[in-house]
Design a protein around this ligand. Structure first.
Ligand SMILES: [Zn+2]
Length: 199
């Protein structure tokens, strides 16, 4: 992992959830279980980095979940906001600002009321591909399986995993969709009702 700046880089972490399972990799160099992710390169935005890293590290096409406000003018493209942000130390001299996203494999809708969604594909479609040069293993984990991983999952990563499983499975956010006027929104009016949010 060649760093980009000397002291602080921007990075993405992508918690992909499907069928109440979260996708994790056992990173070779760090010897840790982590979500998909990596540096945001100098020529890309955070969303592009998240989609690229997910594809490179799992072979899966994903869609990010979150709110995308309408674009308000030429030359402006609204981006899906990360669910969380952090800054974490990679080495004594280097830190990463982490943009933490929820995602699901492309084509899935877990929203029970979404009649326009594509049919859910067979689970085999979401079989991840191991990027063997970087990772020992890649797997889907249920909430219960998080405690069985070796080496043990970091507490912070476990917290994000549980939060992602809960929120994505309860479909707190539908996949951003196109409206008739061509603008893209992440939330429909019904989703702004806090009663519909995750329990
Ligand atoms: Zn870095």
């Amino acid at each position: 992992m060649a760093h980009i700046h000397d002291r602080i880089d921007f990075a993405v972490a992508v918690f992909v959830v499907h069928d109440r399972k979260v996708l994790l990799v056992h990173h070779r160099q760090l010897n840790k279980w982590l979500p998909l992710g990596g540096h945001i390169e100098l020529d890309e935005d955070p969303e592009s980095a998240a989609l690229r890293e997910a594809k490179e590290e799992s072979g899966l096409e994903i869609e990010l979940i979150g709110e995308r406000p309408p674009t308000t003018g030429c030359g402006t493209r609204a981006l899906i906001a990360p669910r969380f942000l952090d800054i974490h130390r990679i080495s004594p001299a280097h830190e990463h600002i982490g943009m933490i996203y929820w995602a699901r494999p492309k084509g899935v809708s877990s929203h029970p009321d979404n009649q326009t969604a594509e049919p859910v594909r067979a689970h085999d479609s979401y079989q991840p591909r191991l990027a063997g040069a970087e990772h020992h293993q890649i797997r889907w984990c249920t909430a219960g399986e998080l405690d069985t991983l070796q080496p043990a999952l970091d507490a912070a990563v476990k917290w994000y995993c549980l939060k992602a499983i809960e929120e994505v499975s309860n479909c707190k956010w539908p996949v951003p969709h196109r409206t008739a006027c061509g603008l893209t929104f992440g939330l429909g009016p019904e989703d702004l009702n806090s009663d519909n949010r995750s329990k």
